[in-house]
Design a protein around this ligand. Structure first.
Ligand code: SF4
Length: 457
């Protein structure tokens, strides 16, 4: 019997890219290709790339450079480049006109056609340069990396065009999947034993213009809250401007939607927020955090912050530090501003020197890490509900999982029972900036996940 052609997918970037890779793997296996975890052993190497920051771009081009050398020795090697990078005009020009060793160039909305592209490359020796489409593929299979939590894409693209962001150029215009299709996918996942779903979109709050009529994000969450057997619902990424009180009320009265709110604020300066085209003020953002904390007991709020946006003066940065003090985030993902080719901010005057960005970043981290630690320390000696995701990556003797507020808890099991997928109450015995330490008194698996608003955590 003819050996199956093997393939590997090199993935970088966000959860959306991770899930796109799960889908690409499933459709290629369905088409008769054999997955291999080692790129160096694969007949076909696919790069699912990210272009959100310069570093991600260089990482992908670096790996591509290695593949070029390998191909000089192995002319039969097939290389395919997809994800966000080929949507970047400069990189696309390089891939299409200079990188003749690349056999297939595809995008973020046509990866479901990969079997066809590879057939053309393999059987006809053709070079395939596939243009990005606005269409969205119907329900697709996925080779999921977790048996506990599953990604579910609810929409594609972004129409916001924040002045620093490459995503709208890389992922196209907003398109929402039909609500019924998403509902059926989540029912299947719950039937298959998945405890948690993570709903994915660049801006989930603007979900809604689905072909089957208007179903808002709040409406979709309300429907998914009824799916039997599912314990938890999470979603990523939200836009503070589109986070409505109606949505907060749906979350506050839901059973499964977790009390974790990730709201990327990006800056605390109204002047910089305007230059970023974020569409809200620091006052409105703070008000949003207050409404959430009033309506959802025990809610955790995390954020993203960009340091060193063009024109950011010390006063603007002080505004960011003050907002961090006022909002008291549970955690913040912080980034040095990275100019992205083709975005308005790239051409803005007063680009900040890297050293200055790094000096500001250090002050921001000092402040935020202290706040994160205080939040985590406040949970000491309390029992928290944890959905166990598996063994801790850092310590195989221990288990790791998350609370409904998205805090990582690492704890020792009582015996050598496999606790993966179990919903357990773990007592917090210690806290660090980014995670909690716990001890498990007695393995008492819970049937259902309990909303915080019921259990005073
Ligand atoms: S909403 Fe997010 S993905 Fe969309 S342009 Fe703004 S930062 Fe980028």
């Amino acid at each position: 019997m003819e050996a199956k052609v093997s393939f590997n997918i090199w993935t970088s970037g966000c959860q959306m890219n991770e899930h796109d890779t799960e889908i690409m793997r499933a459709i290629l296996e369905r088409d008769g290709y054999r997955w291999t975890p080692q790129a160096e052993k694969a007949d076909i190497v696919i790069l699912n790339t990210c272009s959100v920051r310069k570093a991600a771009e260089q990482k992908a081009l670096g790996f591509l450079g290695n593949l070029k050398h390998r191909k000089e020795k192995e002319p039969g090697l097939v290389i395919a480049v997809g994800g966000c990078l080929p949507q970047n005009r400069e990189v696309r020009n390089f891939l299409v006109n200079k990188a003749s060793f690349v056999d297939v160039v595809f995008g973020t909305r046509n990866y479901h056609l990969l079997p066809q592209f590879l057939r053309e490359a393999l059987q006809q020796g053709k070079r395939v340069v596939a243009d990005q489409t606005e269409d969205i593929p119907g329900p697709l299979p996925a080779c999921r990396t977790s048996s506990v939590k599953a990604y579910v894409t609810i929409m594609y693209g972004c129409n916001n065009f924040c002045s620093y962001c490459i995503v709208p150029y890389a992922r196209g215009r907003e398109r929402s999947r039909p609500a019924q299709e998403i509902y059926e996918e989540v029912v299947q996942l719950a039937d298959a034993g998945y405890k948690e779903v993570m709903l994915l979109g660049q801006n989930v709050n603007s979900y809604g213009e689905g072909p089957d009529g208007k179903v808002s994000f709040a409406g979709l969450l309300g429907r998914l809250d009824e799916v039997p057997g599912l314990a938890r619902i999470r979603y990523m990424t939200s836009h503070p401007r589109d986070f409505t009180e109606e949505l907060i009320d749906v979350i506050a009265s839901s059973h499964k939607v977790c009390e974790h709110f990730h709201l990327p604020v990006q800056s605390g300066s109204n002047r910089i927020l305007k230059l970023m085209k974020r569409g809200y003020t620091r006052e409105r953002f703070i008000e949003l955090t207050e409404i959430i904390r009033k309506k959802v007991a025990g809610a955790s709020i995390t954020t993203d912050i960009i340091v060193g946006f063009p024109g950011e003066g010390e006063a603007d940065f002080q505004d960011t530090l003050n907002l961090v003090r006022e909002a008291r985030f549970d955690a913040a993902y912080t980034f040095l501003y990275s100019p992205r080719q083709g975005t308005p901010a790239e051409k803005m005057p007063q680009q900040i020197a890297t050293d200055e960005k790094k000096e500001r970043m250090a002050r921001l981290l000092d402040l935020q890490n202290e706040i994160s630690l205080q939040h985590n320390l406040s949970l000491k000696n309390q029992a928290v509900e944890v959905l166990v995701e598996g063994r801790s990556k850092k310590d195989e003797q221990r288990w790791s999982g998350r609370t409904r507020t998205n805090k990582i808890v690492v704890f020792e099991g009582e015996d050598d029972r496999d606790l993966t997928g179990a919903l357990l109450d773990v007592t917090i015995t210690g806290a660090q900036t980014w995670n909690l330490i716990g001890s498990l008194k007695k393995v008492h698996e819970k049937e259902e996940s309990a909303p915080l608003k019921r259990s005073k955590q």
